[in-house]
Design a protein around this ligand. Structure first.
Ligand code: ADP
Ligand code: MG
Length: 281
């Protein structure tokens, strides 16, 4: 079913069940990257420790991230390409979900990702923590880079809020819906973005395998939960919700599991789908 003027409105409802449940939804759990945000992040800063060259850090990092499918990885590769840095081959690539990537480039052992992956590898990020916090307070995602198990630098990535998001969140709150942000990103960055949107509840630093547990926790409290996401690390959470809402701009697996798809990723479609549900019921 296309809501409103056919498919023009960009809301697809898969079945009668999703249509029926939509008006009963009282809680919206919403992913940050790719859902509230535009999903086209870009590198805004590169910081290095003394003795490490910025271009070299970006070259090594982009060489490794070329093997990753994460939107953050794409931003890093783009930044290196813009500077015409020659990328090198990768050995022993691994990508622990929700943490980052590891591998060997030009004989250097690289670990790239969040605080958690650094701590688990025993890399001391002390020299970079203050810079990381400053970048996060501006709403950027700070990605740590270690070379041969020593902290080498930070790459800051910003992902602007989608133009359609603020009005959608305001309308949902107006309709009495509780809105909760769910993200694998750092709590400081998440709160800055949430605050800009008037979202007061944030579940941050959640590992991919734990995202569906957050949805289940709300459901076990008797709430009727919709989960909106792009399917990058959150497809199980979409499946765990009373109504899964996929971004048409996201992954195919998200759209397969979701009852509602917002073709252009415009969250105002959730408000329209609720109106249609109420009118139909
Ligand atoms: P989100 O919930 O915001 O979509 P993810 O669960 O995909 O976030 O990732 C959580 C965090 O793990 C990111 O904010 C980032 O710090 C780190 N991370 C994940 N994948 C990568 C990658 N390919 N390169 C660098 N860091 C990554
Ligand atoms: Mg995501």
């Amino acid at each position: 079913v296309g809501v409103g003027r056919g498919a023009q409105s960009g809301v697809l409802i898969k079945n009668a069940e999703a249509l029926e449940r939509m008006e009963k939804v009282d809680t919206l759990v919403v992913d940050k990257t790719g859902t509230l945000n535009g999903g086209k992040p870009s590198v805004v800063a590169v910081k290095t420790v003394a003795g490490i060259d910025e271009a070299e850090l970006l070259r090594l990092t982009a060489s490794l991230e070329r093997s990753s499918e994460h939107p953050l990885a794409a931003a890093i590769v783009r930044a290196a390409n813009e500077r015409a840095l020659p990328l090198a081959a990768v050995e022993a690539f691994d990508s622990p979900a929700g943490k980052g990537v590891t591998g060997v480039v030009s004989g250097r052992k690289l670990i790239i990702g969040n605080r958690r992956i650094m701590t688990e590898a025993g890399v001391d990020t002390g020299s970079l923590d203050q810079s990381a916090d400053e970048l996060r307070r501006e709403g950027a995602t700070a990605i740590f880079v270690s070379i041969d198990d020593k902290a080498a630098g930070i790459i800051a990535i910003a992902d602007p809020i989608k133009a359609t998001t603020p009005a959608a969140i305001a309308a949902l709150k107006e309709a009495g819906i509780r809105v909760v942000m769910l993200t694998g990103d750092n709590a400081t960055t998440a709160k800055v973005v949430a605050q800009k949107l008037g979202i007061t509840e944030v579940e941050a630093e959640v590992l991919p395998e734990d995202k569906s547990k957050v949805v289940e926790r709300f459901r076990s409290q008797g709430l009727v939960v919709a989960m909106a996401g792009d399917g990058v690390n959150d497809a199980p959470a979409l499946a765990a919700a009373d109504v899964g809402i996929a971004m048409g701009t996201g992954t195919d697996v998200a759209m397969e599991r979701a009852g509602v798809t917002l073709l252009k990723g415009d969250l105002n479609g959730i408000v329209r789908a609720r109106h249609l549900s109420a009118a139909t019921m």
